[in-house]
Each structure stands twice: as structure tokens, then as C-alpha cells.
Design a protein around this ligand. Sequence first.
Ligand code: TRP
Length: 386
Amino acid sequence: MDEEIKKTPKVMLTGDRPTGRLHIGHYVGSLRRRVELQNQGDFDEMYIMIADTQALTDNAGNPQKVRDNVIEVALDYLAAGIDPNKVTIFVQSRIPELFEFTCYFLDLVSYSRLIRNPTVKAELGMRKFGDSIPVGFMTYPISQAADILMFGTNVVPAGEDQEPMVEQTNEIARKFNSIYGNVFQEAQILLPNSEAAKRLPGTDGKAKMSKSLGNCIYLSDDAKTVEKQVLSMFTDPTHLQVSDPGHTEGNPVFTYLDAFAKDEHFPKFLPEYKNLEELKAHYRRGGLGDVVVKRFLVNVLNDTLEPMRQKRHELEQNIEGVYSILEEGTRKAQEKASSIAFKARRAMGINYFENKKLMEKQQKAYNRAHEQQKALEEYLAKSKKK
Ligand code: TRP
């Protein structure tokens, strides 16, 4: 037993739908954390999935969007510092075991449980499917359970919206284990560690960055675009004149600074202040204009994004090389998923072709039946002769 525990690797897995380039909300919400975890080296195995199959659940009619964004998301990962030697980056659709087990997991979840998922409910509200909700969309949390379980995942770094998915995953793991025996382990979500990172608002102050609202700053945006986006940002609507006291809470410019500003940015870009607390205090007192704060934010963001832009630019010279990274990662990921699938099929007793014991047992039963039949026939033949 102890031996078994020791041998179980510590596994991290997370993923993104390839429906667009990644923005700074993705970065502070999850991507930055993944790079930190990678560099801490606490995990034996780390997987990041480009969830193209999940992206298709609400983009079936637009496969080109999904296809084109697989490479964009891969470029963003690598540019942000994900090291493919430490993290296995892979493409969901190329791992058949995930869909095989999605099918079995579908049988372990009731319809009423399925439609209770609050994240799916919120998404339905935004998607406007009318009465044409794709079945695949409704069931994607079950497919996501396969994503998580088929890698022996312990930790899923993700945003709050993914909590219901991890819960559903663990319910499936428990149900499977109770019916078929202990195969899957439960996973834990690792939420962003600050309020600003949990929910970075759009530049317009709306709750979420979204491509359709045009309120995003992308990791690959150039310095000029970042400047334009920041200077047009929503701030505190009660801070009309520089001398007015301002609010930093709920003010997206300060939320962004919470997420991105480090003490060392101050001597570099705004030496009048020692740190963010001092800057906030001045804003609250009054006498500090929005433009000064915004200019500082432009510098902080561009300082953070510049190394990623350079890395991305390099990677963009070798798209084939980036696909090779995905191909190699997908091969590695499939190896892992297939070894867990092997155990799970064995537990379910559907490993027909490898199950020598079953064959022997069934053969014996037939041999016995044939022998009995023969004995009966012989007996009948004998009694006739008499
Ligand atoms: N649902 C996630 C998203 O919308 C993407 C995803 C797919 C995922 N499979 C996953 C996240 C497994 C964590 C673990 O971004």
C-alpha cells in the first residue's frame, strides 16, 4: 500500500479552449501561476491541454476559428514562459481515450445533475442557443472529467468558473470507483491567489474580458495598442477633477495594478512613490490625476509583456517547430492516458482481448457443457440398445 502511494506521481493538469489569443486576464488568472508551478518543480508531471474538442462544443459551425487558434494558444503559452521540457502541452482531440471514457462517464451522471452546473447555466445565458442547445455542449463537463481523470490529476490550476467542473469530476471518480473498483483519484482545484487575479475586469470595467466586447488586452498586443487600450480605460466615475478624492476599489486601473505592479516598477517608472499603497493613498486623498496612473500602468504592462512579445516573435519564425512541440506533447500525453485507460477498462471488465482469465473461464464452462452433453448422449444411446 505504502509502495503504491509512493509510486503515484504528483500531477498537474489544466487547459484552455482555443477560441482566441490569450489576454492578460488569462495570464494573471492562470498562466502566470502555471509558469511559477513549473519553475518550483513540485510536480512529477504537468499537462496543459489545448481543448479544441471542448471549443467545438459551441463552435461546431466554425471549425476554422478553433483550428487557427490552436497555434495561437500554443504560441501564447510558450511566449509566457511555459517550457515544453517541463510541461507536456497537448491537443485534446488527438487523444481517443478521452472520448472513450467520456462515453462511460456519461452513464454515471444523471440528467438532472448535469443541468444543475452553474457555469454551464451562465454560459447558456451568454450563448443564446435558443432551443438548439448542442448535446455536446451540455455534456462538456463530463468530457472535462475525462480530461482530468485520464491523467491521474491531483491539482487543476484554474479560475472559479471551473470549480463546478472539478466537483463533477470528483463525483464521477467516486461513482466509478464504487462500482468498478479503485481506479481514479480525486482532484483539487487551485484557485488564483489574489482577488485581482481571480477576476480581472475588462478595460471598460465590465466583469470579464471578452473578445466580442473589445475590452481585452492580449498578451501579443504591441506597445502602442496597450497604450491606447489603457488610456481609454474606465476609471472611477466620481473622480471628475484631479483634486477630487478617488476610489481605488472597483477601479479597473488599480485592479490591473494590483495584478501587475511590482515594487521595482516604481523607481523605474514612477519614482515619486515607493509602492502601490502610496500611490493608492494619494489617489484616495485627491490630487492625483487618472492620466498619471494610466501612464504608469502602460509602462508596467509593457514591461511585463515585452519579453513575451519578443519570445513570440521568435517562435513565429518557426511555426512547424511549434507544431512539433504539440505533436510530441500529444504523443506523451496519449501514453499516459492510455495506461490509465488500460487499468480502467480492466476494472470495468471490458478488456476482452487481454482478459485471458475470462477466456479460460468461459472455455471451461463450455467444455463442461459439452462433456455433459456427450455423457447424456452416450447414456441415451446405451439405454436404447438395451
Ligand atoms: N473548461 C476550460 C475553459 O473553458 C478548458 C478545459 C478543458 C480545462 N479541459 C480542462 C480546464 C481540464 C482544466 C482542466 O477554459
